[in-house]
Every structure is written in C-alpha cells, then in structure tokens.
Design a protein around this ligand. Sequence first.
Ligand code: PMT
Length: 232
Amino acid sequence: AGSRPLAGKRVLVTAGGTMERLDPVRYITNDSSGKMGFAIAEAARDQGADVTLVCARTDGPPPAGLRLVKAESAEEMLEAVMVRLPETDAVVKAAAVADYRPAVRHESKMKKGASERLTLELVRNPDILQAIGEWRRQGSAAAVRGPFVVGFAAETNDVERNAVEKLSRKGCDLIVANDVSQEGAGFGTDTNAVQVYGAEGLVEALPLQSKRAVAERLWAIVRERAGWNGPQ
Ligand code: PMT
C-alpha cells in the first residue's frame, strides 16, 4: 500500500451545514464551515481513495480531485448518501445536519404580517446516520453489511456519555466526539481536538492539532479497524 494506503477504497464524506429553507431567500443553518469534512476528504484523496464529497453549505470552496455532490438540506443529503451506499467502503459523516426544518417551505418570499410576533413551526428531519445503520442491519439482525461507518457527535456537555449513546443508537462503527465548547475546537476553526469511541469505549483521544492531522489519524484508525492494513 505504501503512501497510498487507501488505494482501491471508495469513501464518502459529508461536510458543511445543511440549509433548511423557509422561502426562496431565507433558511435555517448552523456554524459548520465544512473544514473538518474537507480535511477528511483531502486526507483520503491523498491516501489514494476514490472520494465522494457530499457537501452542504460551506465557507470556502471544496477541495479538488474528488467527486463533488451538492446537497443543500438534510433531505437532499439523505438521498445523496443512501443511493451511494452500495458502492461505498467507508462513510464519514462530518456534516452538521439540522435536526429540524421549517414545516412549510413557501414558494414565494414570505410577506411581513401585521403582527409583532411570528411563530415558526419546525418538523423533525430524517437522521441520516441512523438510516445508514438501519440499512446495514437489513436482512439479518446479526450480520452487518455495507460500508464502515464513522459518525461525529458535536457536544457541549457530558461528551463521552452522549457520544457513546449516539454510537449505539445510530449504529455506527466509530464516533468522533467533538467538544465544541473547547477553545480551538469544533465549528469554523482550522484546528480540532476530538475523542474517538468504538463500541468498547475510548479508542483514542486526539489533542488539539490541525483538522488535517486529525483526519490523517482518523483514517489510520479506520484502516486498522476495518482490516484494511492486511498483507497485499
Ligand atoms: O465544519 P467545521 O466548521 O469544520 O466544524 C466541524 C464540526 C463541528 C461540524 C464537526 O466536527 C462535527 O462535529 N460534525 C457533526 C455535527 C453534528 O451534527 O453533530 P450531531 O451530534 O448533531 O450529530 C451526530 C451525527 O449524526 C453526525 O455525524 C451528523 O452528521 C449525524 N446526523 C445528525 C442529524 C441528522 N438529522 N442526521 C445525521 O446524520
């Protein structure tokens, strides 16, 4: 494998924050810049993988040298991810997906009403990570098929407990816990500090370093856990 240890592997990475439209010019989104997902996609590309980047709203342009799929909302991202699962060896879900979207998407720009107050009704979005987990378990309760799945968990409190709970509920192989209240970590920064958990507990804590360095380490852990480092 040499310097291209992911050669022959097809990976799918999600990045950015989803945009949930209210009308043609207004939407709900979050602070994700896409940098973490970009770094993961770039690291995989440089290790020889065939990379598909499913990209929501991001601050900068996506990296070159990979397949780019635009997905504005959570629903579009769900579709873009699910149709590609059968041809994917690993999925990394670094995108910040909105948990809710406006119940009504207006066809034309909403008019200002007479009232001083406006209440927006929101409805729950599909959980993409959970849908992947369910897809993998289809057919047999015991056998897990399909790609190796890495989720993220953006947390501000009880980081470990919440991350491990998300891992089991969403049925992924690894979860990257991101304490976004920590200085230099999380949304918008060029650096990050994370803890990687597997079903058995903490796998590795990655102290504050560039998002690219976090991404390199993450792929090393994935290769090892997915059994991709074997003799070739
Ligand atoms: O983009 P940056 O500015 O570089 O910031 C990076 C980051 C903070 C966005 C990133 O490191 C991160 O933590 N991403 C996950 C953010 C998030 O949505 O966390 P969550 O705990 O709400 O969701 C947990 C997991 O479920 C995530 O993998 C998420 O993609 C997924 N999810 C969530 C909701 C939903 N409806 N569908 C999902 O698939």
